[in-house]
Design a protein around this ligand. Sequence first.
Ligand code: ZN
Length: 380
Amino acid sequence: MRLRARHYRTGQRLDFICERGVIARTEPVSMIAADVEAEWIAPAFCDVQINGCEGISFNAPTLSAEQIRRVVHVCRLHGIAQLCPTLVTASHEALMHGFRTLADACDADAELNRAIVGIHLEGPYIAPEDGPRGAHPKQHVRPADWDEFRRFQDAARGRIRMVTVAPESPGGIAFIEKAAQAGVIVALGHTGASGSCIRDAITAGARISTHLGNGSHAMLPRHDNYIWEQLADNRLWASIIADGHHLPASVMRCILRVKTPSRLILTCDASSLAGLPAGMHKVWDQDFEILPIGKIVVRGTSYLGGSWAFTELCVANMLKLGETSLSETIDLASNGPRALLGLPPRSLAVGEPAEAILFDSGPKRDFHLRATVVGDLRVT
Ligand SMILES: [Zn+2]
C-alpha cells in the first residue's frame, strides 16, 4: 500500500510504502498512483478511555466479542488504532464478565489484541458523593480493595493497565502503592480529596489525573482544592476531554499551559452513546438526550451524561485553540498516551507497524481525517 502525504513533523512530502503490516520504506513522491493521498500523515491515535459507542458498552452484562470488534472498527474510522476499553463502577460480577470477555476476545483475535493495548478500570474505588462521582452508580461505589482488584486482574489475564481511583477512598493510598508497584498506571479521578491527600497519592505513585476538571464538585473552595493540587504537581500528568462540552476553552488553555504538551493527553472518553444520532436514548434505567450539537445530557437537565465524540474531534478542537503546533497536537492524542502506557513512540519510521492517519489541515488550523491505515487495511 502506497501512502502519499507530508510527514506531520518534518513537513516533507513522501510516499510511505507499507508491506506486510509495517512501513517497509519511504520514497520521493513519484508518478505511481498512491492508494491513499492526503495533505498530512501522522501516527494513528491512542485513546486510554473508551467506554464503548453506538449503543455498545464495555460494562454491559451481555458484552460479546462481536461488539468489541464493532467498537474497535468504529474507533478506527475516527483515527484511533489503539485504545484502552474502559469499564466503570459496577458490581463485582459485572466487572468480572467484562474483563473475561475482553481477555477471551483478545486471546482469540490478533486484530483485537493489536488494538487493545490495555484495559482501564475507572472506579469502583471512587468518591460516593454527588459531583465527584459523576454518572457512576452510587450503589456500586466501594472502598479500595486490592484483593478484589487482583481478581479483576486475573480475569483480565493481566491486561488492566490503568486504574482511576479517588485517593481518599478508605485504603486508597495503600491501594495506590500496591497498584503502582505492580506496574499499573494509577490515575486520580472522581475524587473530592483534600490537598494533602492528593499529595500523598502522588508520592504513593499516582501518575495522571483522569479527565481533569470533570467528575468534580460544581462549587469548590477557591484556594484549597484538588484541582489546584493536581495542576501544581509536575509529577502528575493530566488527561482532558477536549470534546468542546466538558471544558471551556479557557480551562483547556490553562491546563495545557501548566502541564505543557509533555504531560497532557487528550481522551474522548466516548460513552456507549457516542456516534448515535440525536434524540432520546435509554442506558440501563436512565434517560439521556443527545443534542444536535453532539452533547449528551441527562434528559430534561443540563448535566452532561458522557461524551458523544471521538478523539478525532478532540484533536480538531485542540488544534483550533491555537496553543500547540500541528505535530504537538497530534502527539497529545498519539505519542503522549503511548508514552504514558509505556508503549514505544511512533514517528512513521521504516520498520514501524503501519498504523497511521492521513488528514488535511490548512492555515485555518482545521482538521479533516481522510483515512486510517492499520496494517494492510485502509479504514475510511
Ligand atoms: Zn469519568
